[in-house]
Design a protein around this ligand. Structure first.
Ligand code: IMP
Ligand code: MG
Length: 180
């Protein structure tokens, strides 16, 4: 891992290594496999950020499952706009399904709160959330988060699917914005 990387106008420093991420995902996969055993869950991943996490998490899940992808972004630049955009891609039959929403990072919590409400309208058997990262100090709404990879301070991060203006998603490690 280099000491610093540059994306557009900003510099980022190492934060969570690919090895740490892999270890934590193995644990999350075990918990989910145990808690959802025999339930054929439907994982709904939130694009674009969660695509890398979803690929690793689902391979750490033992048992039958389905996966689907939705798009619902509220983020531009390095701070949440709080504005919720339209949901695209929720085409599955959710009635009676055990749904697991997969997110890269929960910041204000508005994205997950909004998606959860829209999913609940389709009468699933259950809805739970798994997020690789959460910034507890930034949460603006109460949200039940039973499966979290890492709780982090209110930092802007990139890598492992997460971007700064679309750059950085391909980085295997997670980087934090260098304090100026
Ligand atoms: P929320 O609705 O405020 O919880 O924002 C959640 C969404 O904002 C996530 O799906 C991410 O795509 C994005 N996001 C939040 N924090 C960061 C960050 O530190 N880096 C990159 N994207 C972020
Ligand atoms: Mg996201």
């Amino acid at each position: 891992m280099a000491d610093l990387i540059q994306l557009h106008d900003l510099q980022f420093q190492p934060f969570i290594s690919a090895e740490q991420i892999a270890r934590r995902i193995a644990e999350l996969g075990q918990s989910l496999s145990k808690d959802l055993e025999g339930k054929n869950p439907l994982f709904i991943a939130v694009l674009n950020g969660a695509y890398v996490f979803t690929a690793d998490l689902l391979r750490a899940f033992e048992g039958n499952c389905d996966v689907s992808f939705v798009k619902l972004a509220s983020y531009q630049g390095v701070s949440s706009t709080g504005k919720i955009n339209t949901l695209i891609g929720l085409n599955n039959e959710l009635k009676g399904r055990h749904v697991v929403l997969v997110e890269d990072i929960v910041d204000s919590g508005l994205t997950m709160k909004n998606l959860r409400i829209q999913v609940l309208e389709k009468a699933p058997a259950s809805v739970t959330i798994v997020s690789l990262l959460v910034k507890p100090e930034e949460l603006q709404v109460p949200l039940d988060l039973p499966y979290v990879g890492f709780e982090i301070p209110p930092l802007f991060v990139v890598g492992y699917g997460m971007d700064y203006n679309e750059h950085g998603r391909n980085l295997p490690d997670i980087w934090q914005l260098k304090p100026s």
